[in-house]
Design a protein around this ligand. Structure first.
Ligand SMILES: [Zn+2]
Length: 337
């Protein structure tokens, strides 16, 4: 059944659905969070169970806020993977699936917004989590007041989102703005996506840790030796940053190099999208020297008159970027944008 957004409502629901948890927040017109719920997403238990846990969490948040479903304008959801926003279908998401006859099958072409809407009786929409997080920063965080913004979220992978002339860029099937998978080194390191030389292969957690391990193996004297002892599988970006903070040259070089590669990716996005702000999210954004190095590299890899207009800033919403962006997605549907 198709539900239409309630144009007169003063509240929407923002949902952040991940591989571990599902969170829902009720957001009012004046930007306040007035209700909240969180549960396990049961991501590996199959589509019917994920729909059930999502719908249950939404209803729980509505009731915690002391509201009825008919007071909600719409529901927006941030979901990882290739998310077909227009058709409400999860095209591919390795975070979700179910085991059938001993084999784990990930979600491929799973209808999702329709089944959730049927359970809760409210118009429901979804977008890719990184795109939706960018929308959250654009509306409520570091991108507020701009019209053109690009966001990179640094983590195990590199999420990204683009706002162009106030609109979220989603492409023909919802998969646009995978800036982490732009090739920055021809014939470079293998990336998890199957190709070679992607930004993510250099600036995702594994790329960073691997360069630090290579530095150690090449005999560079480093505090990182002490940090990991004989177990090389345990090195983390946090440990590399702690060594850098203590002045360790090998560790500092890892962040300098990471910034160099990140700056190529940022420079490309500056040339392509002409943004006012580049927003950097994710825990490692504060690693010693990383952003300064990225800024210098961006200046070497972009056109001077285009970059003259751009500033690189830190994300402000942290873990709330997903729910806040999902709420904005819902408001845009309520307002017919
Ligand atoms: Zn890739």
């Amino acid at each position: 059944m198709n539900f239409t957004p309630n144009k007169n409502a003063e509240f929407v629901v923002g949902v952040d659905l991940g591989g571990t948890n599902v969170r829902a927040s009720i957001i009012s017109h004046d930007e306040k969070i007035i209700g909240h719920a969180r549960n396990h997403s049961e991501a590996r238990m199959g589509a019917a169970t994920v729909v059930e846990s999502t719908a249950h969490t939404i209803m729980q948040a509505i009731s915690e806020a002391g509201l009825r479903p008919d007071q909600i304008g719409a529901v927006g959801m941030a979901v990882p993977g290739h998310i077909d926003t227009r058709n409400g279908v999860i095209r591919w998401s390795p975070n979700f699936g179910e085991t059938i006859e001993g084999v784990f099958n990930v979600f491929v072409d799973v209808p999702f917004t329709g089944p959730v809407a049927d359970k809760i009786g409210i118009a429901t929409y979804m977008g890719n989590d990184a795109n939706v997080a960018a929308l959250g920063e654009f509306r409520y965080g570091a991108g507020r007041g701009t019209n053109d913004m690009v966001m990179f979220t640094l983590g195990t992978g590199i999420g990204s989102g683009v706002i162009s002339d106030g609109k979220l860029v989603i492409g023909s099937t919802g998969a646009a703005a995978e800036l982490g998978h732009q090739v920055i080194v021809s014939g470079g390191q293998r990336c998890g996506c199957g190709t070679f030389g992607c930004l993510e292969a250099y600036c995702g957690t594994y790329g960073i840790v691997n360069r630090a391990l290579t530095a150690i193996e090449n005999g560079k004297h480093s505090l990182l030796h002490d940090a990991i002892g004989s177990d090389r599988g345990t090195l983390t970006p946090k440990q590399i940053d702690e060594a850098a903070q203590a002045g360790d040259l090998a560790a500092l070089h890892v962040w300098e190099e990471t910034g160099y590669y990140l700056g190529i990716g940022i420079g490309n996005s500056v040339n392509i999208f002409n943004p006012e702000k580049i927003v950097i999210g994710g825990g490692i954004r504060q690693a010693t020297g990383l952003i300064d190095s990225a800024r210098r590299s961006m200046e070497r890899h972009s056109i001077f008159s285009i970059r003259a207009n751009v500033t690189i800033v830190e994300a402000e919403l942290g873990d709330d970027a997903g729910v806040m962006g999902a709420a904005e997605l819902a408001w845009r549907m309520v307002n017919g944008e």
